[in-house]
Ligand binder design. Structure first.
Ligand SMILES: *[C@@H]1O[C@H](CO)[C@@H](O)[C@H](O)[C@H]1NC(C)=O
Ligand SMILES: *[C@@H]1O[C@H](CO)[C@@H](O)[C@H](O)[C@H]1NC(C)=O
Ligand SMILES: *[C@@H]1O[C@H](CO)[C@@H](O)[C@H](O)[C@H]1NC(C)=O
Ligand SMILES: *[C@@H]1O[C@H](CO)[C@@H](O)[C@H](O)[C@H]1NC(C)=O
Ligand SMILES: *[C@@H]1O[C@H](CO)[C@@H](O)[C@H](O)[C@H]1NC(C)=O
Ligand SMILES: *[C@@H]1O[C@H](CO)[C@@H](O)[C@H](O)[C@H]1NC(C)=O
Ligand SMILES: *[C@@H]1O[C@H](CO)[C@@H](O)[C@H](O)[C@H]1NC(C)=O
Ligand SMILES: *[C@@H]1O[C@H](CO)[C@@H](O)[C@H](O)[C@H]1NC(C)=O
Ligand SMILES: *[C@@H]1O[C@H](CO)[C@@H](O)[C@H](O)[C@H]1NC(C)=O
Ligand SMILES: [Zn+2]
Length: 402
């Protein structure tokens, strides 16, 4: 009885307390310098993917296991994680069952009521509007007409130098969904994403099907990936993308405790599966269809968000091949923060994004409207291949930033 009284008093106390996090960094996101070493410059993956020294002091024992669920390496028993977990009032977590993952990453949807979709389970129904009150609603399409929401998942990849140089030359910013384990392995790749002015968001620590995890594991996946991005880049993202889109209202509620809003998509290139479960020709056809949609009226009143990947040479190659045509077909090709007027996609206010303007970066027009995400985006000028016009655009963008 006494225990019960104490327990409910504690609950009342935690219900009003702020969630306890420990996001720290010594990195200034407005002043990132990438060392010029073969790993940061080479275009062949054998050279680029050689391990290097961490750019800031680093102790692997303070982080989850590499590509293992984020409660591993003792993280579930650290004082830090316990304090985080206990600072959340779990009495309100939606009572939604943990899903069962099948062999090939599929989820068992047997018995789920897809007609009423009580849990807004994206994997079962594509639902993006939560049923549970008080949880952050997904973003699934840019609201602006004729607008391509440019997004890349699964980075930073060690072999992204050619791709990031290309985006710089094209004066494009993308929403980049980074996996915590990849950031740990390739911290300079994540720093480059910030330096180039991309919109950095969270893609979990180890890329699990989130609805198949219990509350502890799901919280840890989001927390440690966010913490790693902050540790390495100085920025704490406020947006995330569930791996394979797998989210329901229980997972949204947990993400909401960390102030993370999900960004889904409404067009899927299937690039990651090219040559395996879908053919390369099918992925090329998908890109062609999405390009056609830019001119045949499909996006006359609203925009899209396109799922593509910074996964390997092939997926990055598709992007390079089709971006020139995409820019012809759409008025605007922009990151999701820009198309949705999210000027502050991070907790920190030192790096901001512009409000949407129809002549913004990546636009078919040659306007020089400033769309710089960071003070340091003048770095575009250092690229060998950038033509003079693009250098001028990049410098102008830099001055636009107050
Ligand atoms: C930027 O960083 C360099 C060293 O990395 C430092 O010397 C310089 O003072 C910094 N500049 C600003 C404006 O903080
Ligand atoms: C793919 O790899 C080749 C050979 O290493 C390289 O020249 C090319 O730039 C890479 N493409 C992309 C998009 O990374
Ligand atoms: C932490 O995880 C380990 C391994 O799964 C488990 O044995 C242990 O009971 C967990 N500790 C807590 C406090 O949940
Ligand atoms: C916070 O995180 C830093 C870096 O990971 C770590 O060194 C420190 O011990 C943590 N502090 C607490 C109170 O857990
Ligand atoms: C979430 O945002 C609220 C309001 O800005 C803030 O009070 C709270 O500390 C944030 N929580 C986390 C975990 O960052
Ligand atoms: C636009 O093109 C797409 C892809 O080819 C097609 O699926 C869609 O039906 C077209 N819409 C209109 C209005 O023609
Ligand atoms: C990064 O890309 C290379 C090839 O470009 C690929 O071999 C490697 O598996 C990728 N790494 C990750 C972690 O996805
Ligand atoms: C983009 O520019 C090209 C040539 O400059 C033009 O033919 C095309 O109609 C433009 N597309 C849009 C969507 O404005
Ligand atoms: C973004 O801001 C612009 C300029 O204020 C406005 O015209 C537009 O409707 C806004 N778009 C969204 C999606 O909020
Ligand atoms: Zn992914």
């Amino acid at each position: 009885m006494l225990y019960r009284i104490i327990a409910s008093a504690a609950l009342v106390a935690t219900a009003t307390a702020a969630v306890v996090t420990n996001y720290t960094s010594i990195v200034d996101p407005t002043n990132i310098t990438i060392p010029s070493i073969p790993q940061t410059t080479a275009y062949d993956w054998q050279t680029a993917c050689v391990a290097y020294e961490f750019p800031v002091p680093f102790d692997a024992s303070e982080w989850p296991g590499d590509w293992l669920v984020a409660t591993t390496n003792g993280m579930n028993e650290t004082a830090e994680y316990q304090a985080l977990y206990n600072s959340i009032d779990w009495t309100n977590v939606p009572q939604i069952p943990v899903r069962t993952a099948l062999a090939q990453g599929e989820l068992d949807t047997t018995g789920y009521d897809t007609v009423n979709d009580p849990d807004c389970w994206w994997s079962a129904t594509g639902c993006v509007t939560p049923k549970v009150p008080g949880v952050l609603k997904d973003i699934s399409a840019c609201a602006e007409p004729d607008t391509w929401g440019l997004t890349y998942d699964d980075g930073p990849n060690c072999s992204h130098n050619a791709f990031y140089d290309f985006l710089q030359q094209q004066n494009l910013k993308a929403s980049m969904f980074y996996i915590g384990s990849n950031v740990m392995n390739w911290p300079l790749g994540a720093q480059r994403g910030v330096r180039d002015g991309h919109h950095i968001s969270v893609h979990t620590w180890s890329h699990p099907m989130m609805t198949s995890l219990n509350n502890q594991d799901a919280l840890a996946e989001l927390y440690y990936a966010t913490k790693m991005i902050k540790y390495v880049t100085g920025l704490t993202p406020l947006y995330w993308r569930p791996p394979l889109g797998d989210v329901d209202d229980r997972i949204r509620w947990i993400a909401t405790q960390l102030n993370l809003t999900a960004i889904i998509w409404n067009l899927d290139t299937d690039d990651w599966a090219a040559g395996t479960s879908v053919t390369v020709q099918q992925v090329q056809q998908n890109y062609q269809n999405f390009i056609t949609m830019g001119t045949n009226g499909t996006f006359a009143n609203t925009g899209n968000i396109v799922l593509s990947h910074e996964l390997n040479n092939m997926t990055m190659g598709f992007a390079e091949n089709y971006i020139p045509q995409i820019k012809q077909a759409y008025k605007n090709v922009v990151d999701v923060a820009t198309c949705m007027n999210i000027t502050n996609p991070y907790v920190e206010n030192t790096v901001t994004f512009p409000v949407f303007a129809s002549t913004s970066s990546g636009s078919n027009s040659s306007s020089t409207s400033g769309t710089s995400g960071t003070k340091s985006s003048g770095a575009a000028a250092s690229s060998n291949n950038a033509n003079a016009a693009l250098i001028i655009v990049a410098l102008f963008a830099c001055f636009c930033y107050a």
